[in-house]
Ligand binder design. Structure first.
Ligand code: FES
Ligand code: FES
Length: 159
């Protein structure tokens, strides 16, 4: 018999309480209990970055964190991006630069980009590439993604 625990996690500003199996990962909780289906799993073992979400302001792998470890935390997913000015501008910049093709990597990529931009990241292309190196994209070749992130930072810097 699997063990369950009652937890409350705030997802995109909405508190979500549920009794969950202790082995349920955070991305499954976000999708099945909180109903935000933008985040999704790819590899399910911490390699691809598709499941990246922000937990208390830090971008983490949703497939490697248990939902019970996020009890009491604030989680932001791709659906919550529009709640912040920079998140919304990143979303628009990705669209404008055609930084989305199949879109599988996009929810995690945008969350990693938000962490970078909100953390005062530099518009230097190499620094951006280093930050998103844990998020695999098999379509774009990354250039358009890097351009989109740099554009948002350059606008903030007035450059
Ligand atoms: S699904 Fe989490 S890193 Fe790939
Ligand atoms: S847009 Fe297809 S994997 Fe990135």
């Amino acid at each position: 018999m699997s063990q369950h625990e009652r937890i409350t996690v705030t997802v995109n500003g909405e508190p979500v309480s549920a009794e969950v199996p202790v082995r349920m990962n955070l991305v499954d909780f976000i999708r099945s209990e909180a109903g935000f289906t933008g985040s999704h799993a790819g590899c399910e073992h911490g390699v691809c970055g598709a499941c990246t979400v922000e937990v208390n302001g830090v971008a983490l792998r949703g497939c490697l964190m248990l939902a019970v470890q996020a009890d009491g935390a604030d989680v932001i997913t791709v659906e919550g991006l529009a709640q912040t000015n920079r998140g919304e501008r990143l979303r628009r910049a990705f669209k404008a630069h055609n930084a989305v093709q199949c879109g599988y990597c996009t929810p995690g990529m945008l969350v990693s980009a938000l962490e970078y931009v909100e953390g005062g990241g530099s518009a230097d292309r190499e620094m951006i590439r280093r930050h998103i190196s844990g998020n695999y994209c098999r379509c774009t070749g990354y250039q358009s993604i890097v351009d989109a992130i740099a554009e948002v930072i350059e606008a903030d810097n007035g450059t």
